[in-house]
Design a binder for this molecule. Structure first.
Ligand SMILES: Cc1cc2nc3c(=O)[nH]c(=O)nc-3n(C[C@H](O)[C@H](O)[C@H](O)COP(=O)(O)OP(=O)(O)OC[C@H]3O[C@@H](n4cnc5c(N)ncnc54)[C@H](O)[C@@H]3O)c2cc1C
Length: 514
């Protein structure tokens, strides 16, 4: 049953999906639909957004979660805005060399010299601003003071001044303390357009492929199954959702498709393979009375969210760069409504920025309501390089925790725990490792001769026409930074390439509908 036809359907209304839907619908001649499994809480001005999704001071992971197995590392937001609606709002860029590495896979358009304009456009649209030391939540301020005490330079602009080690006030996409998610930034100005239709609370079951061409999607909405037709399908369901949708549509490793009795449209062994995330281990301390009082005072006043980070180079890092970021954070106690009321622990998260260990997204059923299994594989590389760097990172965090500034606010180390021997520490670190919620590469872009590439440098899938993937899943190499602005820039670039391509997508849609 064909319910509706559009020029473009964007599947997944997260960070990237909001960018794509907004930019493509700027051209009134494109009829654009944006499909999202989670709810649409409307424009910010309507006042319907839940408080936890608005408060940029703390990640909002207690609600709107997809519920992937694998615990904390697999958290994903199911809501219009996607993970931008519950994330930490840290907005930092990778090193230019990271994006130049994307160009090796996807072509020169991804090199920093070209991508930069898209990053800057994304930063302006997300209303990214500087953090101020005086606004930092006390556990974050403690990290800043500790780094300064160790003699690390306090760098004003971490993108220009690449001194390492260094501490810097990270820029944030928060207006006051409101998390400025991609729905506010991109969709609110676009909601009035007659050529944009937002379809919330609707699960993408699969992409409909006819003779090697994507022609629409099969959806499960509040009223049952429906089909949407489109001249171009843009998949933006994220690093876990996008490979799952592709496999359900017959595009994936042939062995998996056969096992699940899904008709093989195109054998693509790289779908779901090679997952990367930034692993981290927390150094946790009990807060003392002074920190508890400072937190209570912070929670009791209006704030202007800010973030501070330390960057350092481990012994295996490439020259002139960094491969570890250390963040400070507080583990909040909450009242029954989810409002933070105090803190349980102060943490220093020691995060690897250039991990080698990979995992995968394993689709276990053709049923779209069954979630795939996410296997992270943290610290599992055969050479043991990630584990060695992770141990170094924990020691660096301990140096910070050993300062007078940090010690003035904390009591004993809760985890991994003092007094562990080297072997016990390795075991404790291996057991405690988690992901920073930055999964990439499960539908990676690459050259046509790369057997594990899923899309080309324009995001077009190999093997199926009129199907573009445009989200974190296509990123081929890990930026040494929290990845949100990189994802936004990626979506900005793909959108501008699509709009600039005169042959797509309206002509194709007319043809398909005829
Ligand atoms: C808790 C948390 C904190 C983070 N903090 C930061 C930070 O401080 N700074 C930073 O730079 N990055 C941060 N990140 C990472 C960043 O937010 C993500 O990398 C980015 O949002 C990913 O964008 P995306 O569009 O690829 O995926 P998503 O934003 O996840 O979007 C995918 C969308 O598709 C929808 N979807 C999936 N499957 C289907 C389906 N079958 N049918 C319909 N819809 C579907 C989802 O509901 C979702 O809305 C954080 C992430 C998390 C989870």
């Amino acid at each position: 049953v064909t319910d509706t036809a559009y020029d473009v359907v964007v599947l997944g209304g997260g960070s990237a999906g909001c960018v794509l839907a907004a930019r493509l619908s700027e051209d009134p001649s494109y009829r654009v639909a944006l499909v999202e499994a989670g709810p649409d809480h409307g424009p910010l001005g309507d006042g319907r957004w839940p408080a936890d999704l608005l408060d940029a001071n703390f990640d909002a992971i207690a609600t709107h979660d997809w519920g992937y197995a694998g615990g904390l590392s697999s958290v994903r937001a199911k809501v219009l805005g996607g993970c931008s609606a519950h994330n930490g709002c840290v907005t930092i860029r990778g090193a230019p060399r990271d994006y130049d590495e994307w160009a090796e896979h996807g072509g020169p358009g991804w090199a920093w010299s070209n991508l930069r304009a898209h990053v800057e456009r994304g930063e302006a649209t997300l209303r990214v601003r500087a953090s101020r030391a005086d606004d930092l939540e006390p556990a974050r301020r403690a990290l800043l003071d500790a780094a300064v005490e160790l003699g690390y330079p306090l760098v004003d602009d971490p993108d220009r001044d690449t001194a390492t080690p260094a501490v810097f006030l990270a820029r944030v996409n928060a207006v006051g303390s409101v998390r400025w998610n991609a729905s506010f930034a991109y969709l609110d100005p676009a909601r009035g357009r007659p050529n944009l239709t937002i379809v919330p609370d609707t699960l993408v079951a699969r992409i409909v492929i006819d003779r090697g061409r994507a022609v629409g999607a099969e959806l499960i909405g509040p009223d049952g199954v429906l089909r949407i037709d489109a001249g171009l399908v843009v998949l933006a369901a994220g690093s876990y959702g996008s490979p799952a949708v592709l496999v359900r549509s017959g595009l994936g490793p042939e062995s998996v498709l056969r096992r699940l009795a899904i008709p093989v449209v195109h054998d693509r062994p790289g779908v779901g393979v090679g997952l990367l995330d930034h692993p981290y281990v927390d150094l946790l301390h009990r807060p003392n009375a002074r920190l508890r009082v400072a937190e209570a005072e912070f929670l009791g006043r209006p704030t202007n969210t800010g973030q501070a980070l330390v960057r350092v180079a481990g012994s295996g890092c490439d020259a002139g760069a960094w491969d570890i970021l250390i963040g400070g954070w507080a583990d909040p106690e909450r009242d029954p409504s989810g409002r933070p009321t105090g803190i349980r622990a102060a943490g220093l998260s020691a995060t690897l920025q250039r991990p080698m260990s990979t995992g995968g997204v394993h689709v276990v059923s053709a049923d779209p309501t069954v979630l795939p299994i996410v296997e992270h594989g943290f610290l599992s590389d055969g050479a043991g390089r990630d584990l060695a760097t992770q141990l170094e990172a924990v020691e660096m965090a301990r140096e910070l925790a050993g300062t007078r500034a940090y010690g003035a606010l904390t009591e004993d180390e809760i985890a991994p725990g003092r007094g562990l021997g080297p072997e016990e520490l390795r075991t404790a670190v291996s057991a405690a490792v988690l992901g920073t919620y930055h999964p990439i590469r499960t539908c990676r872009m690459g050259r046509p001769d790369d057997p594990l590439a899923v899309v080309d440098g324009a995001g077009r899938t190999f093997g199926v026409d009129d199907l573009v993937v445009a989200d974190a899943s296509i990123i081929p190499a890990m930026p040494r930074a929290n990845i949100h602005i990189s994802v936004i820039a990626l979506a900005e670039k793909i959108a501008s390439d699509l709009v600039g391509n005169a042959a797509s997508p309206t002509d194709v849609a007319q043809e398909a509908i005829a």
